[in-house]
Design a protein around this ligand. Structure first.
Ligand SMILES: C[S@@+](CC[C@H](N)C(=O)[O-])C[C@H]1O[C@@H](n2cnc3c(N)ncnc32)[C@H](O)[C@@H]1O
Length: 322
């Protein structure tokens, strides 16, 4: 058993190695300028000098009016390389703006310091950085999201982290969305991420550009508990309910809606909608009731989504507020 779980750990670790493009960070972060002013930012899953998160905050240090940026990495003691998680050593960088950044080479001037442990975000020395920080901003290992997001909530931290919409449907994370404590940011969709050369190309979702390998990942979104203006916008589809166009689930009293653009604006009952609805959710307009997922083991998950015996993908259950 131990051997199998080690194998699974290393598979997970390999699948976690994909690196966020600067443009994805810029497009999201431009919406939070005021909220970052005077703040200390922690990037706690980031190989310091290669992380575009750290790079972004150093480059925008003055324009955002930041106080400090800290980047810690995991099982990597080379600040200029991506982690292969082959060592128990790790490093971190702190930047307080005293070294002026104006060009790429200036990154080299930021001193690299050694951590005592391996840089696990839950280690005591990383928790000290967390306590010192106001906002955590990173793309965490997706295989550990079940623990990472609840960990930040338990620590009462503000955060803006990259994830996959499916992560919001888990028993560990769904309650935070249900209780309106965590929501989606502004950008979402399919994006290309740099991956290590060792990644196997299994599908068309890989490409090489200038000798660098990229992988396309779907349903990418931002999870945050920072204020997002978009979640106060009213969704308007122009659709009206007509029983001929909307079918009910086999074992749950709600109508099935395959596309968000088909949500009827005048239906008062419960509706099952795609998980992408979360990126449009305005809690003043709709109430999140639960989900149709597996129907097992999660108090918010009421049934498996089936219509006339046909399986449907995971659905969120929503109801119009009167
Ligand atoms: C999806 S990658 C993203 C890297 C970087 N944040 C970026 O956006 O380019 C997730 C990173 O988390 C690191 N990681 C894995 N387990 C970790 C842990 N327990 N604590 C901190 N970092 C971890 C991995 O080494 C990996 O580099």
């Amino acid at each position: 058993m131990g051997g199998n779980s080690n194998l699974q750990d290393s598979r997970n670790a390999r699948a976690d190695e994909f690196y966020t493009p600067l443009s994805l960070i810029e497009n999201e972060l431009k919406n939070y300028k005021k909220q970052f002013e005077g703040k200390t930012i922690l990037c706690n899953c980031d190989d310091p000098r290669v992380s575009n998160f750290f790079r972004y905050f150093v480059m925008q240090f003055e324009s955002l009016g930041l106080k400090k940026v800290i980047a810690t990495c995991y099982k990597n003691n080379n600040p200029d390389l991506f982690s292969t998680e082959e060592t128990e050593k790790a490093v971190y960088l702190e930047y307080d703006g005293s070294i002026k950044y104006s060009r790429e080479e200036d990154f080299e001037k930021i001193p690299c310091k050694e951590l005592k442990g391996n840089g696990d975000y839950k280690s005591s020395e990383c928790i000290k950085f967390l306590d010192e920080s106001d906002i955590v901003c990173t793309n965490p290992p997706f295989s550990k999201m079940k623990n990472f997001l609840p960990f930040l909530m338990e620590k009462n931290k503000k955060f803006l982290i990259l994830g996959n919409l499916n992560h919001a449907t888990w028993v560990e994370t769904f309650p935070y969305f249900f209780e309106n404590k965590v929501w989606c940011g502004y950008t979402d969709g399919h994006f290309w991420f740099q991956v290590p050369d060792s990644y196997e190309e299994k599908s068309t979702d890989y490409k090489m550009v200038d000798g660098i390998k990229y992988r396309r990942m779907g349903n990418i979104c931002w999870f945050t508990n920072l204020e997002v203006a978009k979640r106060h916008e009213i969704l308007e589809t122009g659709k009206k309910f007509n029983p001929e166009n909307y079918q009910k689930y086999d074992s749950y009293d709600a109508i099935d809606i395959g596309k968000n653009v088909d949500i009827p604006m005048d239906y008062d009952g419960v509706m099952g909608v795609p998980i992408t609805f979360l990126t449009k959710h305005n809690p003043e307009q709709f109430k999140l009731i639960g989900e149709l997922h597996t129907g097992k083991g999660n108090p918010y998950d009421f049934a498996f989504p089936k219509v006339n015996g046909k399986n449907k993908y995971v659905r969120l259950l929503i109801q119009r507020r009167k």
